[in-house]
Design a protein. Structure first.
Length: 186
């Protein structure tokens, strides 16, 4: 049993890396940017780390059931970062110089949606905690809820901070320098 459990955990860890890579590739293609593809994985990593932290703090065992739940959690919330990034890009396309205004509008629209969806899904899964005596339901309810909140929190804090700091070209249009503008007009 221990050997099967250990083998399964190793395979799920490899599977988690594959999911992260796939999310980065798909996001990169969506934004046409390698940097954005990598940045979208940040909230996924946050959800995964939070899942393992919750397991540690709550003394959940690392077994076939919990590693499967955490592996599922890797994919939770990719849409939050993608939606936030797309809305930010749309608002920046209206006025590339108004980063603060674009960020505010993105939070007003996408931020609110992320919070509502994460709260609804997490709340639904937390209902599983009432399954007294059935640990798999307890683990599923707690770990998916942590993943939802971790991914939403990272999508609304760390992800935008990295966008502002790194200013990927997929979101922030590059201004032509005056000499470039002269050459471009010829």
């Amino acid at each position: 049993t221990l050997s099967v459990n250990e083998s399964f955990v190793k395979m799920k860890l490899i599977n988690m890396a594959q999911i992260l890579l796939l999310a980065a590739v798909i996001s990169g293609l969506l934004f046409r940017s390698v940097v954005m593809g990598i940045l979208v994985t940040v909230p996924l990593l946050a959800a995964t780390v939070l899942g393992f932290a919750a397991m540690t703090v709550l003394s959940f065992p690392l077994n076939v059931a919990t590693i499967t739940i955490v592996a599922i959690s890797v994919g939770i919330g990719a849409d939050y970062a993608i939606y936030f990034g797309m809305r930010m890009r749309a608002f920046l396309s209206l006025d590339p110089d108004d980063v603060s205004g674009a960020l505010g509008e993105t939070y007003r629209t996408a931020g609110k949606a992320v919070l509502f969806v994460a709260s609804a899904v997490a709340g639904g899964f937390l209902g599983l905690v009432a399954s007294i005596g059935y640990n798999v339901h307890l683990w599923l309810g707690v770990l998916v809820s942590f993943a939802m909140f971790g991914s939403a929190l990272a999508s609304l804090t760390l992800f935008p901070a990295l966008l502002i700091l790194l200013r990927p070209a997929a979101l922030f249009p590059r201004k032509l320098m005056s000499s470039d503008a002269v050459h471009a007009s010829k």
